[in-house]
Design a protein around this ligand. Structure first.
Ligand SMILES: Cc1cc2nc3c(=O)[nH]c(=O)nc-3n(C[C@H](O)[C@H](O)[C@H](O)COP(=O)(O)OP(=O)(O)OC[C@H]3O[C@@H](n4cnc5c(N)ncnc54)[C@H](O)[C@@H]3O)c2cc1C
Length: 349
């Protein structure tokens, strides 16, 4: 059984940053990622302009995109992924892709991780012509485990009838093919605003938000001025502020507005009210308790397991490995805390 000082689970931006730091310390480290690295980022809206400047998210201060486009550049999501890929390659980070953590047994110093390897060669079914990927279960041991699995696995729901219907989507990814449709957007956050701006030229949109109109106008204003989308224009879109959905059944939305009820027939609905970590996995590993020590990031529920990144923080936190570019970048402080905590844990090595 392969054995490590630390296994880092999840190779998004935070997993990669932690892997780099721990590798530099001379620890025997392995990153495992259920798909390809940055799998969650690949599910974001295609061609999305990131709200943060690249210098707040980039891991390598010598990054080529940063060097070429500069500090103030708001990268497309594809550029950010490319920058993380380059980082992993440049620093030769030890990563097993297509390895999904299923469970952790044991305790500090003697963890045994059960991992599903979906890259195992395809298995030919005895009946039928379809080949499917085999799922080989492997076991890895580690003294410490860092969980960097993000908070994108489970969409928030609102308990509305019809919200799980086929026409209701909780993620916004592929959009270029959508045209001549009646679209319903729910949620007053940046994801909805981004999606509407992308689709409003070629579709008719109703945007239902609980927030007051002033908040929505601010989001749209920010989109134009601060986030590099100067050309953003809202057309063919009606905004129902201070409103909430009562039902989404049978592709008809029933909406409570300040002026009474309204109905709207939609072809596609995007219900974008946020996401949360994988509840099943968190229940199995941590009894659903995501509390951690603020200084060390060590789980209160399970000593020896550390929570970092979006899993640890409900809200966005910028990431980085240097504050030369962005002195107010909180992510840099968090990575330093992890480094320090691990130095204490492996003192004398
Ligand atoms: C639409 C949207 C826009 C955003 N825009 C910005 C922005 O402009 N600026 C900003 O700073 N932040 C932004 N964020 C937030 C930012 O993307 C996240 O905070 C950040 O990606 C979190 O990084 P992470 O490494 O913690 O998690 P993730 O990037 O989510 O990575 C988690 C990784 O863990 C893997 N994983 C999960 N479960 C397992 C398992 N069981 N076994 C193995 N691997 C597993 C996943 O496949 C994934 O690769 C945005 C988020 C969203 C949703």
């Amino acid at each position: 059984m392969a054995s490590y000082d630390v296994i880092v689970v999840g190779c998004g931006g935070w997993g990669l940053a932690v892997l780099k730091v721990l590798t530099e310390m001379g620890l025997h480290v392995m990153g495992i990622e259920r798909e390809d690295i940055c799998h969650n980022l690949r599910q974001y809206m295609k061609r999305m302009v990131m709200h943060s400047r690249l210098s707040y998210m980039v891991l390598d201060p010598a990054d080529a995109i940063l060097a070429q486009k500069g500090d103030a550049h708001h990268p497309l999501i594809e550029e950010l992924i490319q920058s993380y890929r380059d980082f992993a390659v440049k620093f030769d980070l030890p990563i097993k892709t297509h390895h999904e953590l299923i469970d952790i047994e044991g305790s500090k110093n003697d963890f045994v991780l059960t991992v599903r390897n979906s890259a195992f060669p395809p298995v030919q079914h005895l009946k039928g012509a379809h080949a499917s990927h085999g799922n080989r279960i492997v076991r890895l041991t580690a003294k410490r485990v860092v969980l960097a699995t993000g908070s994108f696995d489970c969409p928030n729901l609102a308990g509305i009838p019809g919200e799980l219907d086929e026409a209701v989507h909780h993620y916004f990814h592929e959009w270029e093919h959508i045209k001549d449709k009646n679209l319903l957007f729910i949620g007053g956050g940046f994801s909805a605003a981004d999606g509407i701006i992308a689709l409003c030229q070629r579709n008719t949109i109703l945007w239902v938000v609980r927030k007051p109109i002033g908040v929505i106008e601010q989001i749209l204003h920010d989109q134009k001025t601060s986030w590099g989308q100067a050309d953003a224009r809202l057309v063919n879109t009606e905004i129902l502020a201070n409103s909430q959905i009562l039902s989404l059944e049978d592709s008809t939305a029933v909406i409570q507005t300040p002026h009474g009820q309204k109905t709207w027939d939609y072809d596609l609905c995007f219900m974008l009210i946020g996401h949360k970590p994988n509840e099943e996995l968190c229940a199995r590993l941590l009894h659903g308790n995501l509390a951690y020590d603020e200084e060390t990031f060590e789980s209160c529920e399970r000593p020896g397991v550390y929570l970092v990144g979006a899993l640890a923080k409900k809200h966005l936190e910028h990431i980085g490995l240097t504050d030369r570019l962005c002195p107010d970048n909180q992510g840099v402080r968090y990575i330093e805390r992890i480094r320090y905590a691990m130095q204490q844990e492996f003192r004398g090595r």
